[in-house]
Structure formats: C-alpha cells, structure tokens
Write a protein that binds this ligand. Structure first.
Ligand code: ADP
Length: 153
C-alpha cells in the first residue's frame, strides 16, 4: 500500500467543494489515513513549493495558499500516489481533462483545488512535513474485499 499527501487548497474550501472532492477519493476506494485543518505559513510553503520559490509568481502562491485554512490529508491505497495524481489532472484547470478534479472544478493554473504528491519520494517528505506519526491511522475499510482482488493487497 502507498500513502500520498493531498491538500485541499483555499480554492476548494472557499468554493465549498470539500465534500464533493473528498467523495471522489472515497468512492474510488482510497482510505483516509489522516485528515486535519490547518493554516499554512510562509515557512512551510517555502519548503513545500521549494521548486517554485524563484518564480515571479511565487508571492501569488503564498497569497493564494494562505487565504484560508486548508485541509491536509493522507490517502492510502495500492499505487495511491499515481492514482491520486491521475484523478487530480494537469496543473492548469483549463487544460485538465474532464473527469479529473481540476478538469471538472477549475478554470485556473493557480486556483486548482488540490495539491497531490507527485512521486513516492515527494509523498514521504510531504507526509512528514504535515503530519506527526500519531496522526496517521492504520485501519481497513469494511469494503476492502470488494475494492481489491485478493492478489492485489
Ligand atoms: P502541481 O500542483 O500540478 O504539482 P506545480 O508543482 O508545478 O504543479 O505547481 C505547484 C502549484 O503552484 C500549482 O498547483 C499552482 O497552484 C501553482 N502554480 C504553478 N504554476 C503557476 C503559474 N504559472 N502561475 C500561478 N500559479 C502557479
């Protein structure tokens, strides 16, 4: 099983999309292993978006990601990192395929509803950035036997 980090950005919270987006992950069969609401600050955002700190639009990312609390979440499942990235869609909501979260809910490159870890290495670092070990729970959903075949888990 893999774990991946998802952030429901202020664009999801402010547009009242939290429940609808969370439903997609639940109906897919992913396990919510951890979930909490928090306010992000510049320090954690400079770490999280270190690859974008030198971009001219970085201050817009800071403003956008601190506009309201966010919900951070750890989702667990077989190949969860790739599955959640596929469900998320490409960065710019205008290019993201219909059926993806950004494709269905976003018209923006910046205000694109959620963050999702992009690789196993990133997922591990990002989960540790936002969660303490005691905040992630190891349990199975009751429908596990219908979500996966026996050789998949
Ligand atoms: P992704 O979130 O798809 O992994 P990136 O890591 O490239 O994409 O970018 C992180 C976030 O920074 C994006 O989700 C988006 O909110 C913001 N961002 C990226 N590029 C731009 C841009 N050109 N203008 C404004 N915001 C951007």
């Amino acid at each position: 099983m893999q774990q991946t980090l998802v952030i429901f950005k202020p664009s999801a919270i402010g547009r009242g999309l939290t429940g609808r987006v969370l439903s997609r992950f639940e109906q897919k069969g992913l396990v919510i292993a951890g979930m909490k609401m928090m306010l992000l600050d510049e320090k954690i955002l400079r770490e999280h978006y270190a690859h974008l700190v030198s971009k001219p639009f970085f201050h817009e990312i800071l403003d956008s990601m601190t506009a309201s609390p966010v919900i951070v979440m750890v989702l667990r499942g077989v190949d969860a990192i790739e599955v959640v990235r596929l469900m998320t869609g490409s960065t710019n909501g205008r290019n993201a395929l219909p059926g993806t979260i950004r494709g269905d809910f976003a018209m923006s490159n910046q205000e694109n509803i959620i963050h999702a870890s992009s690789s196993p290495e990133d997922a591990e670092v990002e989960i540790n950035r936002f969660f303490k070990p005691g905040e992630i729970f190891d349990y199975s959903r009751a429908d596990r036997g219908f979500v996966y075949g026996p050789s998949e888990i």
